[in-house]
Design a protein around this ligand. Structure first.
Ligand SMILES: [Zn+2]
Length: 353
């Protein structure tokens, strides 16, 4: 019933916002200016705080006065349980963080969220991969309050750390996007900047800058200039989702190598950075594709979590490494309460042997 209510709410939202839906032809051809921001984005920004009644029981409402308070992880135990005369040990991560290579590091579970297109123009058939701007804003606000967002690269560096120099928050969460939609630039990027949440966008290099209606894509993708602006901000990392959005698990070796190397080359040429992470389209992979990716220089691979056929609720743990990362696909029918519940359930379901 709850799900049905959400679906109905989503449909209502669609009709309410229909007049403000971004037109696919509105993609700026020159450097984007502030006037290109969709009108409804102001409305999204004006309602950043979730409805208190929508919060699950026991969850502390987001503080409105001190935004920094939400960034400090809660200590695992109550301060009153610790002797007050014990001095703080030096050179040990503050409570809420674990150091690479320690037994504690093995207990941290790492959810990686996967988003696609962000638009009010979703319906019951496409809602599995599209989320409304309002819901996306609510999700980001919620995870910022409940978890510590880190970049995928921070996690990769933590897992690969051999000298104990890296730390990981005990409540991490990672945000990723697949495909490279213009809405990631126009809608998600301003929200991520506002909340200081890092994200990785896995792009299909052959469709960068393609517009809906031109035959190649359903929804307009951001162009290289926009990709560069996001990459240069330091908050967004652009990585590979192959060149042609293909099922790597079903291809011969030569085609796999072409897809991997061309996408990597394009990203490095246009963005002036090393491209070394990949997300497999449709979650389609094979031993050959994994090996070819390693050989091509990819140090982290998201194997599952891309499409409706591939919904996966698994979270990651450091000992599993970063060559078989799993993600949580977020759909348009998930509201604010659901994203936190979904993450909590995913974490609870992950068993550490
Ligand atoms: Zn994809």
């Amino acid at each position: 019933m709850k799900k049905l209510a959400l679906i109905i709410a989503s449909v209502l939202t669609v009709s309410l916002f229909a007049g403000f839906a971004p037109k696919s032809t509105s993609e700026p051809t020159a450097k984007p200016d502030k006037q290109s921001v969709p009108a409804w984005l102001n409305e999204v920004n004006a309602t950043p705080t979730p409805e208190p009644t929508a919060r699950p029981a026991g969850v502390t409402p987001e503080p409105t006065a001190d935004p920094n308070a939400a960034q400090t992880p809660e200590p695992e135990s109550s301060p009153s349980e610790q002797p007050s005369d014990t001095p703080e040990p030096a050179q040990i991560p503050k409570p809420g963080f674990v150091r690479a290579g320690t037994p504690e590091a093995e207990t941290v579970k790492v959810p990686i969220l996967l988003y696609h297109h962000i638009s009010d123009d979703f319906n019951l058939t496409n809602a599995i991969s599209i989320i409304s701007p309002r819901d996306f804003n609510l999700h980001m606000t919620a995870i910022k309050t409940q978890y510590t967002p880190i970049s995928l690269r921070e996690y990769v560096e933590f897992v690969n750390c051999k000298d104990g120099s890296k730390t990981l928050p005990t409540d991490p969460i990672i945000v990723t996007f697949d495909d490279g939609y213009l809405s990631n630039y126009e809608v998600a990027y301003p929200i991520l900047k506002k909340l200081d949440i890092p994200a990785t966008i896995f792009i299909v290099t052959d469709t960068v800058g393609e517009k809906s209606g031109d035959g190649k894509v359903n929804y307009t993708h951001f162009n290289w200039e926009q990709a560069k602006e996001m990459q240069d901000s330091g908050l967004i990392d652009i990585e590979s989702h192959t060149n042609d959005h293909v099922k790597l698990g079903q291809l011969d070796k030569d085609t796999i190598n072409y897809e991997l190397r061309k996408s990597k080359y394009q990203i490095e040429k246009h963005l002036g950075k090393t491209c070394d992470m990949i997300a497999y389209p449709y979650g389609s992979y094979s031993d050959e594709a994994i090996q070819a990716s390693k050989n091509a220089g990819f140090i982290a691979q998201c194997l599952v979590g891309d499409d409706a056929t591939d919904i996966d609720y698994e979270v990651n743990i450091p000992r599993d490494g970063v060559m078989n990362l799993t993600r949580i696909t977020v759909s348009g029918t998930m509201g604010n309460v659901n994203i936190i519940e979904l993450v909590r359930k995913s974490i609870a379901n992950k068993k550490i042997d």
